[in-house]
Write a protein that binds this ligand. Sequence first.
Ligand code: PLP
Length: 372
Amino acid sequence: MSTAVAAPVLPTYARQDVTFVSGDGVWLVADTGDRYLDLVAGVAVVGLGHCHPAPRAAAQVQLGQLWHTSNLYWTEPMAELAARLSGRFGGAQAFFCNSGAEAVESAIKYARKATGRPGIVALEGSFHGRTMGALSATGQPAKREAFGPLVPGVTFARLNDVESLVAAARPDTGAILLEPVQGEGGVHPAKAEFVAAARTLADELGALLVLDEVQTGVGRTGTFFCFEQLDVRPDVVTLAKGLANGLPIGALLVADEAAGAFVPGDHASTFGGNPVACAAACAVVDEITDELLSNVRAREQQTRDSFPNARGRGLLLAIDVDGPAAEVVSSAFERGVLVCTAGERTIRLTPPLTITTGELDSGLAVLQEVLA
Ligand code: PLP
């Protein structure tokens, strides 16, 4: 048994029996010296590739200057990141935290405070995280089952079914919470008409439209925010995963027109806005250029050319397979390619956004071989 398997770690993950020691771009290197082409990228986190020089340099400079002050004071990286994200959003205020689930918790609290209404409409098949509020809004009963009682007030609608969305609304609905592409739940994109209907319904109810862009944000789907492709302006957006290319960070963004609900003391996070994570995130945001976004769209097309049944947006893609997806993951792993699952019969591809034509070609060729 390897040391990794013997480690005293709670078995919440079915980890592959491999220990990685270094990474460079799309490549990961194991302690055995074996190299793996990484089409997982830390589950849609390492968007610029492993150890990308820009966030690495920014984090290293910041490590030499200042690590932590608490939120009793201002720091430059936090203020600069807020300004960058506000610019990309077209006017928003930020709250920083450490993970996707924490960003979703912040969004739920924000919507309750802003509207005075506790109800949340979420979607079946969704995934918003493992903390109690985020879990309560996660539309996968198996993930919730053992952990009740959950946060009350959540009703579920079906993705891309406007009638069921309207039926799920209540007079006390304060938030409609959606992923623009359901990621963990199987990579199911929300249709623009559906998101537009959610916008209209939120306005009619006096509720906030909250888009969970933890997985879809920061260029993953071919635009900085996925909502840019859906022709909708949300009130609240959550970000995490790709924001600092692997350093822990989460963000709640509240559109300027929906701002004003939180006052000092309403919400907090000791490490939120950490200068090192924010410095890295500023560098990441600067790297999400038009050129990089067109690479995302071109590599999406390349994947679709190889797998016409691929679904998703940008480089958040899934392929349904005939047998257990876990077996495909293992076979690809044995051939030096990392992919992950999104459901029992679906594999998910979330490579670095920087992946080249050649690198992707070699990964897709292995997948073709495994699935043949
Ligand atoms: N929201 C979405 C859409 C996610 O995909 C995830 C994680 O996969 C989360 C929230 C939770 O993020 P974290 O694991 O950082 O808490």
